[in-house]
Design a protein around this ligand. Structure first.
Ligand code: UFG
Length: 331
């Protein structure tokens, strides 16, 4: 049985779906603070509770024969993390600490962990290699780096092997259009652009057009959420087969400017998507592009949807079918 923490969230729910498609036994735990009950397939057990609640975790680890854990449960808004750093240390660091304690107590030794490109901060070079300088510029990145270090030391003690997956910009949705991205508030570029195409917003603001990039707007490496899901399963199988602990970048290795993303979305949606230049957003690096050769060689991973237009098509299907996301729900 695989335990997926945060399995009702965006990347978590896509990984649960992929595990189920692969015929794997899964249990989800989620506190539903950001996740959505409807994002978890009906035939998958959903245990509602918080990782910081040791009694809750004790019950999960006793009830299910867990062989490995995939942990997505975290707060992940860069701006909010600057405003409320302690919330991020509490939820992201204390939450995973509690999970690691429960794993140790129950002799569960394998963890795939959601990390982020934000651990690097302002990159030294593009594409970014896993060994490059890690100097986060916000508490969100700091908390993810802190957990990577915690796992490192726990691993040295012989009680854990882990894969930390450093995502670049997750985007897209499952081809069914039944699960997708639904954040409140929404701050990510692609969902906001598609809300303009849906008529829910008047225009998209381009945060800065004076960066040292081909058209002056920021460059990001967008990676399809289903390709991320595939990498998690491969990472888990790698650990179950005796693989050593490692941190890996997950991206396509190709960057697109904000203006290019808007243009591609115009093609995919057929909507003019008005755009307007706005001041730079604090803390945004000019470029973030992954060097992801290690994930390819170690996990045999290769993105199946590397083209931005295909990623946007998946996202567009989800947003068209679910213009209000998952909608109101009982927690
Ligand atoms: N952007 C706009 N207008 C908007 C929203 C975003 O121009 O309305 C720009 C941003 O300035 C950035 C790019 O679009 O250049 C992408 O922004 P997102 O907010 O979609 O994503 P980020 O690159 O800021 O964030 C991502 C992940 C974070 C992670 C971070 C690492 O979503 O979880 O990369 O730096 F922390």
């Amino acid at each position: 049985m695989i335990l997926v923490c945060g399995g009702a969230g965006y990347i978590g729910s896509h990984t649960v779906q992929a595990l189920r498609e692969a015929g794997r036994a899964v249990v989800v735990c989620d506190n539903l603070s950001k996740g959505h009950r409807q994002a978890v397939p009906k035939d998958v057990a959903l245990e509602v509770g918080d990782l910081q609640d040791r009694t809750f975790l004790e019950r999960i680890f006793t009830k299910y024969a867990i062989e490995g854990v995939i942990d997505f449960a975290a707060d992940s808004l860069v701006g909010e993390s600057v405003a409320r750093p302690l919330k991020y240390y509490q939820n992201n660091v204390a939450g995973t600490l509690s999970l690691l304690q429960a794993m140790e107590a129950h002799n569960v030794r394998h963890l795939v962990f959601s990390s982020t490109a934000a651990v690097y901060g302002e990159p030294q070079r593009i594409p970014i290699d896993e060994s490059d300088r890690k100097q986060p510029t916000n508490p969100y990145g700091e908390t993810k780096l802190a957990v990577e270090k915690m796992m490192h030391w726990q691993g040295k003690g012989g009680k854990l092997t882990y894969v930390a997956l450093r995502y670049f910009n997750a985007a897209g949705a499952h081809e069914s259009g039944q699960i997708g991205e639904d954040h409140t508030p929404e701050t990510h570029l692609i969902p906001l652009i598609l809300q303009v195409a849906l008529g829910k917003r008047e225009k998209i603001m381009v945060f800065g057009d004076d960066y040292d990039t081909p058209d002056g707007s920021c460059v990001r490496d967008y990676i399809d959420v289903t390709d991320l899901a595939d990498a998690h399963i491969r990472a888990l199988d790698y650990l179950l087969a005796g693989g050593k602990s490692v941190s890996l970048n997950l991206g396509n290795g190709k960057g697109y400017t904000v203006k290019e993303v808007i243009e591609a979305a115009r093609l995919v949606t057929g909507h003019p998507i008005p755009a307007e230049t706005a001041p730079r957003r604090a803390g945004d690096p000019a470029q973030l592009v992954a060097g992801a050769d290690q994930a390819r060689s170690l996990l045999g991973w290769a993105p199946k949807k590397p083209e931005l237009e295909d990623i946007l098509r998946g996202a567009w299907k989800w947003h068209r079918v679910h213009p209000d996301g998952y909608g109101e729900e009982e927690k």
